[in-house]
Unconditional design. Structure first.
Ligand SMILES: Cc1cc2nc3c(=O)[nH]c(=O)nc-3n(C[C@H](O)[C@H](O)[C@H](O)COP(=O)(O)OP(=O)(O)OC[C@H]3O[C@@H](n4cnc5c(N)ncnc54)[C@H](O)[C@@H]3O)c2cc1C
Length: 362
């Protein structure tokens, strides 16, 4: 420890839904702001990943943004009537900013956490500024910064453009181009619908997509969460939830289906300089390959702690599976079963309760 190191009982990394919920509950449990706990976030402003999402993602096209504990989103934004024109990338950051102010949450930004390691029984959190020494850690760094693109042979030879969901701004940039949309999740379908209104598209997915015509029910949500929770409790990587929930058929998705846009092709086997090739030799020339192939958890900074087990994931325990089984000082919130705004809320509470108890702080 050096004179400049900052001591804190708990460091929370990330000020998205998961980090803010955790911070709210730590405050409610009487943990002092500052030397009790601090929240570090490297983004330029409040909003977590929402501040970076594409402009056409509005409060109508998002699945749902659940209230943070103690402050309602709808009442706060007062935008129910104009939801289809309100950008999520504006409304949610605005809500989070007011939330941080209302509850005087000790968020320090921009602070980039480079690495966390074990040092004499404490967790040494090295940042691009100060170093923090903590007794416990709540990691809430989300998935946005780890876009996942699967490897296909020939990818480096492709002369067109390849981009990921994270890079998307709007459909007009593709006008006149043939766009191959890859992926079977909600983002893939929504963006395929958008892009197909301005230009030619083809859709490729690994599995036959399953559409869900009925409304999203709490039972469907619970089944998806239970499946992912089971996986992380076994130390497996969290996996996708769409296989359980199916793809919601909104009016615009129904219209896209009628336009023939959702006629899906199986995954190709190879990328060529001008497009893609399937195993049967069929080829397709495209200008753009748009990977909507998901995200992974941003956990690289925790690598020295060697949390991953032989199953390829981190074995989780605790009431809502937020606690790392091999190191109870560490909770992952917004990971696996809690990677949704509602899940992050609940997990933040569970992590705050369990970690403060484990550390003897109450
Ligand atoms: C395209 C898309 C749409 C989605 N739509 C919905 C939806 O409609 N409803 C829903 O419930 N969920 C949705 N989700 C899931 C969504 O990501 C979560 O619900 C939730 O908002 C994530 O919150 P989080 O706090 O876990 O992560 P984030 O919001 O990503 O916050 C993580 C924070 O950690 C910070 N951070 C990361 N690494 C570091 C580091 N090394 N040092 C310092 N700070 C760091 C980041 O700056 C960021 O502020 C969507 C996800 C995607 C990808």
């Amino acid at each position: 420890m050096t004179r400049d190191d900052i001591l804190a009982d708990i460091v929370v990394i990330g000020a998205g839904q998961a980090g803010l919920s955790s911070a709210y509950h730590l405050t409610r449990l009487g943990i002092a702001r500052g030397d009790g706990f601090v929240v570090l976030d490297h983004a330029p402003g409040p909003g977590g990943a929402w501040q970076f999402r594409w402009p056409s993602l509005t409060l109508t096209t998002v699945n749902a943004v659940h209230d943070l504990p103690g402050m309602g989103f709808a009442e706060h934004t007062g935008t129910a009537d104009a939801a289809d024109s309100v950008r999520a990338s504006v409304a949610v950051p605005h809500y989070y900013a007011d939330y941080e102010r209302e509850f005087a949450l000790p968020v320090r930004r921009p602070v980039h956490v480079r690495v966390v390691c074990d040092r004499d029984g404490l967790l040494r959190v090295e940042t691009d500024g100060s170093t923090y020494l903590a007794r416990g850690l709540i990691n809430a760094t989300g998935t946005w910064e780890r876009p996942f693109v699967p490897y296909y042979p020939g990818t480096e030879t492709f002369r067109g453009r390849q981009l990921h969901t994270k890079d998307y701004r709007n459909a007009d940039e593709f006008a006149g181009e043939h766009v191959l949309v890859v992926g079977g999740g909600v983002s893939a379908v929504q963006l395929l619908d958008e892009i197909s209104r301005v230009t030619a598209t083809t859709w490729a997915t690994r599995r036959e997509p399953v559409f869900r015509d009925e409304d999203f029910s709490p039972e469907i949500g619970r089944a998806a969460v239970a499946l992912v929770e089971e996986r992380v409790r076994q130390g497996l990587p969290p996996g996708s939830v769409v296989s359980v929930t199916g793809l919601p058929v909104t009016p615009s998705i129904r219209a896209a289906r009628e336009r023939g846009v959702l006629d899906r092709r199986p995954m190709f086997d190879e990328i060529t300089p001008t497009g893609v090739r399937w195993a049967d030799g069929t080829t397709l020339d495209v200008d753009v390959i748009f990977w909507n192939t998901g995200f992974r958890s941003s956990l690289d900074h925790l690598a020295p702690l060697r949390l991953r087990g032989p199953g390829g994931g981190i074995t989780m325990t605790g009431r809502l599976a937020t606690q790392v089984a091999s190191d109870p000082r560490i909770h992952l919130v917004g990971y696996g079963p809690s990677a949704s705004t509602i899940g992050a809320n609940r997990a933040g509470r569970a992590a705050a309760l369990e970690l403060t108890r484990h550390l003897g702080l109450r």
